[in-house]
Design a protein around this ligand. Sequence first.
Ligand SMILES: Cc1cc2nc3c(=O)[nH]c(=O)nc-3n(C[C@H](O)[C@H](O)[C@H](O)COP(=O)(O)O)c2cc1C
Length: 220
Amino acid sequence: MGLFDIFKSKGSDDTMADTKIAVIYYSSTGTNHKMAKWAVEGAEAAGAEVKLLRVEETAPAAALDSNPAWREHYEATKDIQTASTEDLEWADGIIFSMPTRFGNLPAQLKQYIDMTGGLWAQGKLVNKVVSGMSSASNPHGGQEATILALYTSMMHWGAIIASPGYSDPITFTTGGNPYGTSATVGQDGNIVENIEEAVKHQAKRTVQIASGVKQVQPVS
Ligand SMILES: Cc1cc2nc3c(=O)[nH]c(=O)nc-3n(C[C@H](O)[C@H](O)[C@H](O)COP(=O)(O)O)c2cc1C
């Protein structure tokens, strides 16, 4: 099977079985945790071996205590394994999910990315396949800019960006963001759009591309 046959492959098969995907998320109040879990389901359905990993909370306790939803979500998810740099070495593909912070990455995720200098220096992030998703309170509150900020760092890694583009009609019914799936979080804390299938499509596409890239890696 050639590279493009792999990209076009529609379902789970043996070529996906040895593809390792890390779904790495940061979430204060649960939105991106939910999106990350959908991504895990999508990647597993495509046949990958998947890890759900939470970015370590770095905000002071007083900040969490000032927002009951933040404190509650932290307590409910603190047992989820935190992402380490070894997880990046393990993974063939990485799906990031993060809320927008003034149109940019949350500091917690930026801190994690800033810990990857050692791997970067060894060339171990080259050809990782990456894909990003984001949420904001407003439909145009900075999701695209946040995903692009992620992708800027990914280009420094030498990663291969697996954006969804318009590779599936689902993008047209979920806000049309070709950079990565976008969520709008309503006043009630729930996601306004029905994006579950868009997230799963993005995850499947990431698996397919990671699988293809893995098979054509130059032997060193
Ligand atoms: C410091 C801060 C900055 C934010 N900046 C924006 C913003 O620029 N635009 C926007 O629409 N929402 C903004 N938000 C809202 C968050 O993006 C929203 O709460 C988040 O997407 C929810 O995701 P989570 O439940 O995974 O934490 C901001 C929230 C915080 C705390």
